[in-house]
Design a protein around this ligand. Structure first.
Ligand code: ME8
Length: 514
């Protein structure tokens, strides 16, 4: 059996409704999942919600409802947003589900039995919003080094995971698997953190009631929310710690865990150490993307600058939002969100470049060729067989590297080349003087559009189907990817008729919304 490509997003906290940051990771994962499926791979794309811990309990208390009622409500806003954004996850896991909790308990017990988890006492600085303990030396201005908020001293009896015992093995793993810590520029920080010495990790809480209970083997304790959450990646596959087997075979190890940079360390230090302790293979790659600020500021409720993906999608369209997020910032770097930047990209690249090219060429074909795509010339001067091969190779390879921005730039260059070519050839004049030359020009450009639609399909799954229809193709761009990418066949059916529709990306007014 061939291995299923397994990719994951973080499971998001349900203390609040999702915003554009959560949408970002999920859209990136969805794009990759779609591309892999298009390329014929079996895919399991997992997302979900992280529903335990003091932070969630506090949000529920403030709302005057039980934590369970709270999570049941907020989880729906995640499901709803994923539906709106056209996310094609294959599974959605909630940490309050029985299928998850029972694996968490079984793992805890197994690691207690093996001596990897032991009982001790804990005292340190705790940041409630981040659910993290910090030593005095890690604090910045006596505040949480991650979020800058006040911390409180917490002491409790706790079970500890022997993280320190895995320090050397982790370093060896990083050395032997250079693809594990991605992007590579984030690797040194993790290596030096591990080299600096790992402390055993407190993995149970006696003060936090809203968590996976550890009765009867560690009475009075619940599982530390991060230890609980990381396990989602295997509980969703029906992992049985007793046998090491998975109900869903041929899926583990994960091909990639997509995470934001602030939780890279949890995924590259704690998680692999837990897996080592369990004797389970490690994920192939953990990829940390950067953080979005909004108009230069950290996104936060108190600043009132939280970007609601519903609103952006309503104004620009879901596909344009998906495009913008992946196009604007190289995946792995930090970026800044602004309406101005979105408007700029939308008008320049979607309305003026791609949309305009489609519109003008289909117009000319309808007017001058009775709506029929002209016959293929013997060779292409815009994209010959070798250039097509190289182009498709770079798109394939770009998606593989999660280099979404590069892929979208490659596609953008293609459509601008198409527009430039039309400007130079002036087919609207040529039709009067040299009909075969005009036909050739139009053919060359519809061919580029067909290629662009296929390569863009994972990013803009709806609009590209519309382009496909307008080009007179049947099915969806997915159906043609193997023919184009593997066989270099970008031809049309003889006499294929185009079907121009309304503009896909109407130009937007640049005046600001008040
Ligand atoms: O950390 N820019 O959940 P969370 C980019 N439950 N990405 C952002 C972002 C921003 N401004 N804000 C959020 C948790 N994200 C844990 C994870 S996994 C086992 C447990 C995205 O709700 C990004 O993917 O705080 C980040 O890592 C994640 O949301 C954090 O979501």
């Amino acid at each position: 059996m061939t291995k299923t490509y397994f990719l994951t997003t973080p499971i998001y906290y349900v203390n609040d409704v999702p915003h554009v940051g959560h949408a970002y990771t999920t859209i990136a994962a969805d794009t990759l999942a779609r591309w892999k499926r298009m390329r014929g791979e079996k895919v399991l794309f997992l997302t979900g919600t992280d529903e335990h811990g003091a932070k969630i309990a506090k949000a529920a208390e403030t709302a005057g409802v039980t934590p369970q009622a709270w999570t049941d409500k907020v989880v729906e806003s995640f499901r709803e947003l994923w539906k709106v954004l056209n996310i094609t996850h294959d599974d959605f896991i909630r940490t309050t589900e029985d299928r998850h909790e029972k694996v968490v308990r079984a793992i805890f017990k197994k690691l207690m039995d093996s001596g990897d988890i032991y009982k001790g006492a804990y005292e340190d600085w705790y940041c409630v919003p981040c659910e993290s303990f910090w030593s005095t030396t890690q604090l910045v201005d006596k505040k949480c080094p991650d979020c800058g908020r006040p911390v409180e001293k917490l002491q409790e009896e706790s079970y500890f995971f022997k993280l320190s015992a895995y320090q050397d093995r982790l370093l060896v793993h990083y050395d032997q698997n250079p693809g594990f810590l991605q992007p590579a520029h984030r690797a040194p920080e993790i290596r030096s953190f591990v080299k600096g010495g790992l402390r055993d990790l407190s993995v149970s809480r006696s003060k936090v009631k809203w968590g996976v209970p550890l009765e009867p083997f560690a009475p009075g304790h619940t599982v530390y929310v991060w230890f609980d959450a990381l396990i989602n990646y295997v509980s969703a596959l029906g992992f049985d710690p007793a046998t090491g087997a998975f109900q869903k075979p041929d899926v583990w190890p994960a091909d990639v865990h997509l995470v934001g940079k602030e939780i890279f360390r949890f995924h590259t230090v704690i998680w692999p150490a837990m897996l080592m302790a369990l004797g389970v293979p490690l994920p192939k790659k953990v990829f940390a993307h950067g953080w979005w600020t909004v108009e230069g500021e950290k996104m936060s409720k108190s600043t009132g600058n939280v970007v609601d993906p519903h609103q952006v999608a309503a104004e620009f369209g879901v596909d344009a939002l998906r495009y913008f997020l992946l196009r604007e910032v190289p995946f792995g770097s930090d970026g800044d969100y602004s309406r101005k930047a979105l408007l700029g990209r939308y008008n320049a690249e979607l309305a003026n470049s791609l949309g305009n090219l489609l519109n003008r060429v289909l117009n000319l074909i309808e007017k001058n060729c009775a709506g029929e795509i002209p016959a293929a010339p013997p060779s292409s001067d815009l994209l010959d067989a070798a250039a097509l091969k190289e182009w498709t190779r770079s798109v394939d390879e770009g998606y593989d590297r999660l280099a979404f921005t590069e892929v979208l730039q490659t596609i953008q260059e293609l459509t601008s080349r198409g527009n430039q070519y039309v400007n130079e050839k002036e087919p609207w004049k040529l039709v009067k003087t040299d009909a075969p030359a005009a036909a050739r020009c139009l053919y060359e450009v519809v061919r580029l559009l067909k290629l662009a639609a296929v390569a863009l399909h994972p990013v803009m799954p709806t609009v590209t189907v519309e382009i496909w229809k307008q080009l007179g193709e049947s099915g969806t761009p997915s159906d043609a990817v193997a023919r184009i990418f593997d066989q270099g066949d970008l031809s049309f059916s003889p006499g294929q008729k185009v079907a121009k529709g309304s503009p896909l990306f109407p130009r937007k007014d640049v005046s600001p919304v008040v």
